[in-house]
Ligand binder design. Structure first.
Ligand SMILES: CC(C)[C@H](C(=O)O)[C@@H](O)C(=O)O
Ligand code: SF4
Length: 756
């Protein structure tokens, strides 16, 4: 579908343009979604919403589901079903709820008995489900991974998951274009993970806010698809909506023979590759911002702090607050050093490690395992390493690695060889760090508590993590030194309880009413106590930690809001603002630092705020997915970037006086009704909030436009209608028939678990 307009376009402009179903005057667009990946954490409330409204899934043939976050990574030799296998009650419930939903809605599902099961962002590309020029979404922030194919791929919240399931479209707006060009060549020992960590260090975690990053330049062209995926994966850590790389021969080569890609050599393949080849930014295309880097300046890079922007070359020393000019960065550095147990000036290579985790959607592909095995081969992990885990990204990666003998290299060295899943990347399953344990990790986030309450994460490449395992300290892969430092001590694990209701019926009903109440109650003006929060880059792991994501409901999360900040040893921390007097009843949160809500797409973050009683957040800037998610819950995020105005509002909040947010007139006022400042809000979003409108209902009124788009799509890109095991019978515009998935399971046909 080459674009018709003549103005030079970026890759992003082209893919976005080719998916517009409808565009409103204020720039709000309804775009068609080609590929929807679904996992157990962010989908239960979405399916429940469909059921409550008697809606179906519009395109089961474009939807692929798996379990990844909650599942144990222990051996599945005796696996029969999820119910018996998953010991933790709430994790089990989330997985079995997904299994019921895929059956009820006729979706293709890779369960734990299927070797194609794995982390969503690993299996999509592996199966050829992810294709160039497509729009790809998932209720997961690292959906940006799929942009490596020249797809427009981004994370969405649970309300948007429901919207896509019901309509196969999303309401969105155009993002800005950002170009990051890395030219030259990478020195030996430097990988795409080092490149992306370096980039985030340069642009910061808010650097890409509001933008889609296009990675280009000779270094990028020279990367394999897997290495490109690691980079796009982490574009969300740079605050971007998505990351993209123009498809080329490397892309086509990767796609040849994938089960869901057009058949190699067929007329469809030729048509597809000719369209895909057109997906490059035109000469003269305009970018809103550009960053140019030289590959030769990048050396193996690791994180030292609690944000992915806290990075340093392995040859460096732990920085101190004086190394930063910005006040926000000075204070977050102080806090990060304390949390990480690090002293400024310490050489990074002197930092002793307790655990090593090689896995996650950033780095658990076959090339990652090969790179780690190359370092480990013939060696033993250092005696101070309490645990070193290799968690392949999918059953197929695991199988491939075993066929190459990599598992043996790892186990001989003392590593654990696990089954596929997210594992210790965020520790929703039993794989977690104990408090104060330090981990060399190939994952993507080092937020406080990310891998376990009070756990300390250092992000790095697989080769660097493998080197750390051998050396027992953070180490430079280029040196390969073997040493054996002393053993550390583990601290106790913190157990957290989910709120419980008396009976499931009451729970369902309360949850439904709570949700409907918020989603449909009009937001016109809100007056109340505003709590001041002096922080920058507040991530959604801090707003609501992972242990609370296991609920299949929306209610009851208020008590867990800002859990790590609000409680110490399970007791209220009197220093935290929401534990103090009138602020316990805050309706508004005033954040003084930028980039509120960065990181994960978990809609649990706005649900927790809402359940606490906070309906409006005022901040200098927001991370994109969080910003979107608030609107879907009848909440209002207000951007106040003017420092003077923000200070005035914060002063009112600190004085304990009420603040009024008047959405109708777009003004913030003090308790007496005097205007402090005005603010911007997109017309369509305001309209929906003020009238308490449900997006899905509105989109369904566009049925004929969606059908027209689908007919055009079938004509121009026929390979996007479910192919191979995703093929469905078509009845009108709604694809309803579920086709059984051909069995490629673990061999024992009789005992194979049923996949749909
Ligand atoms: C659980 C999910 C919502 C979350 C995400 O959006 O990224 C998770 O994958 C993460 O990495 O924090
Ligand atoms: S970032 Fe971690 S938790 Fe999130 S999808 Fe990737 S592997 Fe899973």
């Amino acid at each position: 579908m080459p674009s018709a307009e003549s103005k030079p376009k970026t890759l992003y402009d082209k893919v976005f343009h080719d998916h517009i179903v409808n565009e409103q005057e204020d720039g709000t667009c309804l775009i068609y979604i080609d590929r929807h990946l679904v996992h157990e954490v962010t989908s239960p409330q979405a399916f429940e919403g469909l059921k409550n409204a008697s809606r179906t899934v519009r395109r089961p043939d474009c939807t692929l589901a798996t379990v990844d976050h909650n599942i144990p990574t222990t051996s599945r030799k005796n696996f029969k079903n999820a119910t018996d296998f998953i010991k933790e009650t709430d994790s089990r419930l989330q997985c079995t709820t997904l299994e019921e939903n895929v059956k009820d809605f006729g979706l293709t599902y890779f369960g734990m008995g299927d070797k194609r099961q794995g982390i969503v962002h690993i299996i999509g590309p592996e199966q050829g489900f992810t294709l160039p020029g497509t729009t790809v979404v998932c209720g997961d922030s690292h959906t940006s991974t799929h942009g490596a194919f020249g797809a427009l791929a981004f994370g969405i919240g649970t309300s948007e998951v429901e919207h896509v399931l019901a309509t196969q479209t999303l309401i969105t707006r155009r993002s800005k274009n950002m170009r990051i060009q890395v030219d030259g060549e990478l020195p030996a020992g430097v990988t795409s993970k080092d490149v992306v960590l370096h980039i985030i260090g340069v642009i910061g975690t808010a650097g890409g806010n509001g933008a889609v990053i296009e990675f280009c330049g000779s270094v990028i062209r020279g990367l394999s698809m897997e290495a490109r995926m690691s980079m796009c994966n982490m574009s969300i850590e740079g605050g971007a909506r998505a990351g993209m790389i123009a498809p080329d021969e490397v892309t086509f080569e990767y796609l040849k023979g994938r089960p869901l890609a057009p058949k190699y050599g067929s007329a469809e393949w030729n048509k597809a590759t000719s369209y895909w080849s057109s997906l490059k930014s035109d000469a003269g295309a305009k970018y809103d911002s550009e960053v140019f880097l030289d590959g030769k300046d990048i050396i193996p890079t690791i994180s030292w702090g609690t944000s992915p922007q806290d990075v340093i070359p392995i040859t460096g020393v732990v920085p101190g607050p004086d190394d930063f000019e910005d006040e926000n960065r000075k204070s977050s550095c102080k806090r990060a050093l304390e949390y990480m147990g690090l002293v400024p000036g310490t050489p990074m290579k002197d930092v002793v490690v307790d655990k090593v985790f090689i896995g996650s959607c950033t780095n658990a592909r076959i090339e990652d395992l090969r790179a780690a095995a190359k370092v480990v081969n013939g060696r033993k992990i250092a005696s101070n390493i309490k645990r070193a885990m290799i968690v392949p990204g999918s059953g197929l990666v695991k199988e491939q690695a075993e066929s190459e003998g990599l598992d043996k290299i790892f186990t001989d060295a003392g590593f654990e060889w696990r089954e596929a899943g997210c594992s210790m990347c965020l520790g929703m399953n039993p794989d977690i760090l104990s408090p104060k344990e330090r981990c060399a990790s190939t994952s993507n986030r080092n937020f406080e508590g990310r891998q376990g309450a009070q756990g300390r994460t250092h992000l790095m490449s697989p080769a660097m993590a493998a080197t750390a395992a051998i050396v027992g300290k953070l180490a430079d892969v280029r040196e390969h030194v073997v040493a054996s430092p002393v053993l550390g001590k583990a601290s106790p694990k913190i157990d957290v309880q989910q709120p419980k209701f008396e009976s499931p019926e009451t729970e369902d009903e309360l949850d439904r009413r709570w949700w409907q109440g918020h989603r449909s109650s009009p937001f016109t003006t809100l007056k109340g106590i505003a709590a001041p929060l002096d922080r920058a880059n507040v991530d959604t792991d801090a707003i609501i930690p992972k242990q609370f994501l296991k609920t299949i409901k929306r209610t009851g999360l208020g008590t867990a809001l800002f859990y790590e900040l609000r409680y110490t040893d399970d007791k209220e921390n009197p220093d935290f603002i929401l534990n103090q007097g009138i602020y316990r009843n805050s309706k508004i949160l005033v954040v003084t630092g930028p980039n509120f809500g960065c990181g994960s797409s978990r809609e649990h973050a706005p649900w927790a705020l809402l359940d606490f009683g906070i309906k409006c957040i005022i901040a200098p800037s927001f991370a994109d997915i969080f910003f979107n998610n608030t609107f879907k819950n009848g909440m209002l995020p207000v951007v106040v970037s003017d420092e003077v105005a923000l200070r005035k509002i914060t002063d009112e909040a600190r004085a304990g006086r009420e603040v009024e947010v008047d959405l109708v007139n777009q003004e913030i006022k003090d308790a007496e009704g005097n205007k402090i400042t005005s603010f911007e809000v997109e017309e369509f979003r305001k309209h929906c909030l003020v009238n308490g409108l449900d997006d899905i209902g509105l989109t369904l009124q566009m049925e004929s436009k969606i059908r027209t788009f689908e007919s055009k799509r079938t004509l121009e890109t026929p390979w996007l209608d479910g192919s191979a095991y995703l093929r469905r019978d078509r009845r009108g515009a709604t694809m309803v028939e579920a086709a059984p998935v051909p069995k490629t399971n673990r061999g024992d046909v009789k005992n194979e678990p049923l996949e749909w």
